[in-house]
Design a protein around this ligand. Structure first.
Ligand code: NAD
Length: 498
């Protein structure tokens, strides 16, 4: 059996006391083992990071950027094999796996501009003969704890920026699809990154707790489900660390009566069912405004859903593949049952779907619910599967309130031809990322990614300049070079520039 080992400097490899199983979701078979690391494993990684980081921080930013340029080239050259590996452990179709890698690579491209991004501020003559300047210095050792659903993009969101800023980085990827993060670390080494600057430790709660408690780790970035995000945030902050912790989501798409419904249906099919709904920026709730819009939308959605092709993740014609594992499949199917029990109308039932020749794979057909209401638990919670829920709203104000009052506030979209309504919506909605006729408004790498409410704990977003701020400490220097002629004033009074 293949073992996906840690990437720790000096790691002898070999048998771990505990290990996890990595499945091929297409077949339901175990394809690899992953060690579930301990505090002792982390200790080795921290020692190597402590040894490597000062030299890396002292390497000038342009040279650090050159390693990232080389890494980008290597990832591009290995795109096909990385995408197949990703797809074989996650279950998303290969084209979508390439998108996962590409969106991460775009953050690496942003990080290639780190010499510019790290330039500090300078004020000449802040007082008589006094200049003030600031510099951004690395935290030291940063750690990232990432979810299964974007095993390439999310690690690159974090380590791309953290490493460019001069930090050493320890990545704890999801134990469900750990191979691509390991390959990315290998490619970084091939690109010339000194040993110890990027390491990968595998594990579950035991390893996460060890990271959160370790005094040498100064900053932790987490992405995953909300309860764990909140836990990570509390424990990391209590240990005196800087923490950003992104959580779950339940994104709504508001459909105004003037929207182009054919376009909406095409957008919704991909946004609700792409990657089997396992995206934090999926669009699992659609809110048509007015019954006429709802009826027309529903009538168009039914055939569009019937035309969706669920297949193995290597099938180029498949719209989406299996979900990640059997437990998640059961969880999604339970939510469908909960929706039925709560009184929602199950228009299309994706349960019981079986793919010929792949009966043990973790496939779920697409489901559509109508007449879902805000009181239902199946509306309040994240399902994270190929399930689209229609919540009917009588008017714009009600539609605006639904995402605004939901516990999650990651993304939201409005579909309309009315610029005023769109502008009003974007300004008033209580959600962090907004799409106007854009179903999955994941901001580009040089902007920043982050939701509101229970979708993110902490106050600094991922990537862009917010990422640079997260992975650096600011130091401000006030200097004067007296020539000996001034009288120095009253040194016992707090200095002012007056
Ligand atoms: P998860 O919360 O189960 O796991 C995330 C990470 O936490 C993994 O590395 C895992 O090993 C670790 N972990 C699991 N249980 C833990 C515990 N009890 N204590 C400490 N650490 C633990 O999430 P997942 O299922 O891998 O990913 C899906 C979730 O991530 C969804 O809720 C999705 O919305 C969310 N997500 C959010 C964003 C965002 O940016 N807001 C992006 C992608 C995914």
């Amino acid at each position: 059996m293949r073992v996906v080992d840690h990437v720790i400097v000096g790691n002898p490899g070999g048998a771990a006391a505990r290990s996890g199983e990595v499945f091929d979701p297409n077949t339901g078979q175990v394809q690899a083992q992953v060690p579930l690391g301990t505090e002792a494993d982390l200790e080795k990684a921290v020692a190597a990071a402590l040894a490597a980081q000062p030299g890396w921080a002292a390497t000038n930013p342009q040279r650090r950027a050159r390693v990232l340029f080389k890494f980008k080239e290597l990832v591009e050259a290995n795109m096909d094999s990385l995408a197949h590996l990703l797809s074989s452990e996650h279950g998303k179709v290969v084209a979508d796996a390439k998108g996962d890698i590409q969106r991460g690579l775009e953050v690496v491209e942003f990080a290639c501009g780190i010499p510019h991004a790290l330039k500090g501020e300078y004020t000449q003559g802040a007082g008589s003969g006094i200049d003030v300047f600031s510099m951004r210095q690395p935290i030291g050792i940063g750690a990232g704890i990432t979810p299964f659903n974007f095993p390439a993009m999310i690690p690159m969101w974090m380590f791309g920026v953290a490493i460019a800023c001069g930090n050493a980085f320890i990545l704890k990827p999801s134990e469900r699809d750990p191979s691509v993060p390991v390959r990315l670390a290998e490619l970084m080494a091939e690109a010339g990154l000194p040993a110890g600057v990027l390491q990968v430790v595998h594990g579950d709660k035991e390893m996460v707790d060890a990271i959160l408690d370790h005094p040498a780790i100064g900053a932790v970035s987490f992405v995953g489900s909300s309860d764990i995000a909140h836990y990570v945030y509390r424990r990391g902050v209590a240990a005196g660390k800087r923490v950003q912790a992104m959580g779950g989501a339940k994104n709504h798409g508001i459909v105004m009566p003037d929207a182009d419904l054919d376009q909406v249906v095409a957008d919704l099919s991909g946004a609700a069912f792409g990657s089997a709904g396992e995206r934090c920026m999926a669009l699992p709730v659609v809110v048509p405004v007015g019954d006429k819009t709802a009826d027309a939308l529903r009538a168009k959605l039914i055939p569009a859903i019937a035309a969706l092709k669920v297949g193995v993740s290597t099938d180029p014609d498949a719209h989406y593949g299996p979900v990640v594992n059997a437990a998640h499949k059961a969880r999604v199917e339970n939510w469908i049952q909960t929706g039925v029990d709560e009184g929602a109308e199950l228009v299309v039932d994706g349960r019981g779907f079986s793919l010929q020749g792949h009966e043990q794979g973790f496939f779920i057909g697409p489901s559509l619910f109508d007449r879902v209401t805000p009181q239902m638990r199946s509306y309040q919670e994240e399902i994270f599967g190929p399930v689209l829920q229609i919540v009917r709203a009588p008017d714009f104000e009600t539609a605006l309130r639904l995402p605004s009052e939901h516990q999650y506030g990651n993304g939201v979209a409005i579909f309309t031809r009315n610029g005023h309504a769109a502008r009003e919506f974007a300004s008033r909605v209580n959600v962090g990322m907004v799409g106007i006729n854009v179903p999955i408004p994941v901001p580009v790498a040089y902007h920043t990614f982050g939701g509101w409410k229970r979708s993110a704990f902490g106050d600094v977003n991922q990537h862009g300049m917010e990422g640079v701020r997260f992975w650096t400490k600011v130091k401000t220097v006030t200097q004067r070079w007296p020539d000996g002629s001034a009288d120095g004033g009253n040194a016992f009074v707090i200095p002012t520039m007056g």
